[in-house]
Design a protein around this ligand. Structure first.
Ligand SMILES: [Ca+2]
Ligand SMILES: [Ca+2]
Ligand SMILES: [Ca+2]
Length: 153
């Protein structure tokens, strides 16, 4: 996707927000645009289709609990019920290792260098919620894309 297309998406996003009445709040699409959001978008992306099991085209934070088991086990290679930093960074569907590391540090809230099931659940729910810029409870593929680098960028 080129820069012009990205810009168009941004404008489309803003217009959609206005149609939904989001313009009445103080938030703008740019608010809270941080590396943590990019890390969250990268983290959620590989699981989007799985989380959207009803195929409605968007995901919600409530979907995390339905799918957390299989997603967690994909990271927890040795089945220890904890994800080590090494296991986390080994997950191959996420290209930007800096964001991966940021995700790990954010998820590991007690700083014991392991992400427990509870920490993983909290992070997944936070990650989905953080991408819902217009706070309507729905996270669409465009919400993820705006935080992720485009091919060739
Ligand atoms: Ca493990
Ligand atoms: Ca921990
Ligand atoms: Ca939304």
């Amino acid at each position: 996707m080129n820069a012009r297309r990205t810009l168009a998406n941004g404008v489309l996003f803003a217009c959609t927000g206005a149609l939904l009445g989001a313009c009445t709040t103080a938030t703008t699409p740019e608010t809270g645009d941080t590396p943590e959001h990019s890390a969250a978008a990268q983290f959620v992306s590989p699981f989007f289709v799985e989380l959207d099991c009803e195929h409605v085209g968007y995901i919600q934070t409530g979907e995390a609990d339905e799918h957390i088991g299989p997603i967690f086990r994909r990271f927890d290679i040795d089945g220890s019920r904890n994800i080590s930093r090494q296991e986390w960074l080994a997950y191959r569907w996420m290209e930007n290792k800096q964001w991966m590391a940021l995700s790990f540090d954010t998820a590991d809230s007690d700083d014991d260098a392991l992400v427990s099931v509870a920490e993983f659940r909290t992070y997944l729910i936070w990650a989905i919620g953080s991408l819902d810029s217009d706070s309507d409870g729905e996270v669409h593929p465009e919400d993820l894309q705006r935080y992720l680098p485009q091919p060739g960028a």
